[in-house]
Design a protein around this ligand. Structure first.
Ligand code: PLP
Length: 447
């Protein structure tokens, strides 16, 4: 509308920001999903965010269910996080040398996630998974990586690969610019497919350096790992001398206090089973509390492959940056038992409340969830496991719901393939508002 556009123009009446953005940045964005291609329409720039609320350049407030794609777990601009960042910044923005706070953050990660025996901090999840693969290849002297269709591990070449459905087909690049020679070392299997995995190991076991999976797949919507699946991966890797890499960039310290792995560990202990353990783990998002911190961690002997101890090179000018680490450390400290109880209660109320309202409106749907992570699949009557099953969802109906929610002042993720993120700032009253928004929408375009 005119009012919105006026709000977005500079006082001197220059071009609207969208035009300037499209002119200077490919697609007008610095990361593709921000362009709303999955739901259509035009995103407004964000001006600020506080607690559970995000405010756009036209001054409109939305209840935020994106939370910076999971990083904002304690709520936006949490006063303690902001104070820690200010204090760190005033001591110096970057030194290119080790600080005590980095050691503390790494120790805190290990304290809460025992398989993280040693930790290296990096700046992005992409770097973390890329480095994990390099360590696995160096340690095994093998080339082949197994990943699962629908799991996202960042944008390094070897991980931007999907494949035909054939078992153990050589990978086909999923992005232009990834060479066939890189892609051929990535084998893509259907998520949760025990037979495909067992066959791949039977046929190619001695060539497999690593299996990488999301601890809770959450980049195709949220998919609960089938019972026993990770245990099987772990056993196959151990028997064949391959490395099991568990990607907790999204789920780490979010799905539960010890991520997706912790949920399974607790279930195993409760059932009297010995828990399985990942060899390498990657973290991101939450451990940076909204600033760029990620990590690769795991078995000490594997981590000691990294330079300067071992021969695997990895480095970063801004790795372990003191301001970013201050945000991460403060965020992690805020995540105590009470915090997880709150996240669990709010996310449970939200997913069950939304589902009940969709049922009441006669809208076919399924909810995928593990711990505090969940997403809603419209048009499916059972929670999906594979990417093919996920792809049967009604993405058009999601887009309609997304825009209706915006009109109700609620910001859903701008894609049907993403998790709905809650934070410590989300309250029972917010849950009620979101459930009301389902009623307001009423499923106009849903099957
Ligand atoms: N791994 C997982 C599971 C992720 O969800 C993401 C990002 O969404 C990444 C890796 C890549 O992290 P980054 O965007 O920080 O490079």
């Amino acid at each position: 509308t005119k009012v919105q556009r006026l709000g977005l123009r500079t006082l001197r009446g220059e071009k609207a920001w969208e035009e300037r953005a499209a002119d200077i940045m490919p697609g007008g964005v610095n990361s593709p999903v921000r362009a709303w291609n999955g739901v259509g329409g035009h995103p407004l720039p964000i001006a600020s965010a506080k607690g559970a609320t995000i405010t756009d350049g036209a001054g409109r407030e939305y209840l935020d269910l994106v939370d910076s794609w999971g990083a904002g777990i304690v709520g936006h601009a949490h006063p303690q996080v902001v104070a820690a960042v200010r204090a760190a910044a005033s001591r110096g923005l970057s030194f290119g040398a080790t600080t005590e706070a980095e050691v503390e953050l790494a120790e805190l990660i290990r304290e809460r996630y025992e398989p993280a025996q040693k930790v290296r901090l990096v700046s992005t999840g992409t770097e973390a998974t890329m480095t994990a693969l390099r360590i696995a290849r160096a340690a095994t002297g093998r080339d082949v990586i197994i990943k699962f269709a629908g799991c996202y591990h960042g944008h390094s070449d070897g991980l931007l690969v999907a494949a035909g459905s054939g078992l153990a087909t050589s990978g086909v690049p999923d992005s232009a610019g990834v060479t066939a020679s890189v892609a051929k070392d990535t084998m893509v299997l259907p998520y949760g497919d025990v037979d495909a995995l067992t066959d791949a190991f039977a046929e190619h076991g001695s060539r497999i350096a690593a299996v990488i999976t999301e601890a809770v797949p959450a980049n195709m919507g949220v998919v609960a790992p089938p019972a026993g699946f990770h245990r099987l991966v772990s056993e196959l890797c151990r028997n064949e001398g391959a490395v099991f890499i568990v990607d907790e960039v999204l789920s780490g310290f979010r799905a539960g206090p010890a991520g997706g792995w912790g949920l399974e560990r607790d279930a195993d202990i409760a059932a009297g089973r010995e828990p399985w353990t990942p060899d390498l783990v990657t973290f991101g998002k939450v451990i940076g509390g909204g600033l760029p911190v990620a990590a690769v961690a795991g078995r000490a002997d594997l981590m000691d492959q990294l330079a300067p101890v071992g021969a695997v090179y990895q480095a970063g000018t801004l790795s372990g940056n003191p301001v970013a680490v201050a945000a991460g450390l403060t965020t992690m400290r805020l995540l105590d038992d009470d915090a997880y109880t709150h996240l669990d209660r709010i996310s449970t109320r939200l997913r069950t409340g939304v589902s009940a309202e969709l049922d009441a409106a006669g809208i076919t749907h399924a909810v995928g969830h593990a711990g505090t992570l969940f997403s809603v699949f419209l048009g499916l009557d059972k929670a999906p496991v594979t990417f093919d099953e996920v792809s049967d969802q009604d993405a058009l109906a999601y887009s309609d719901m997304f825009h209706s929610f915006r009109s109700s002042g609620i910001a859903l993720p701008p894609s049907a393939y993403e998790a709905w993120f809650v934070s410590l700032a989300h309250t029972d009253e917010h849950v009620t508002r979101i459930v009301e928004a389902v009623k307001t929408w009423g499923g106009r375009e849903a099957k």
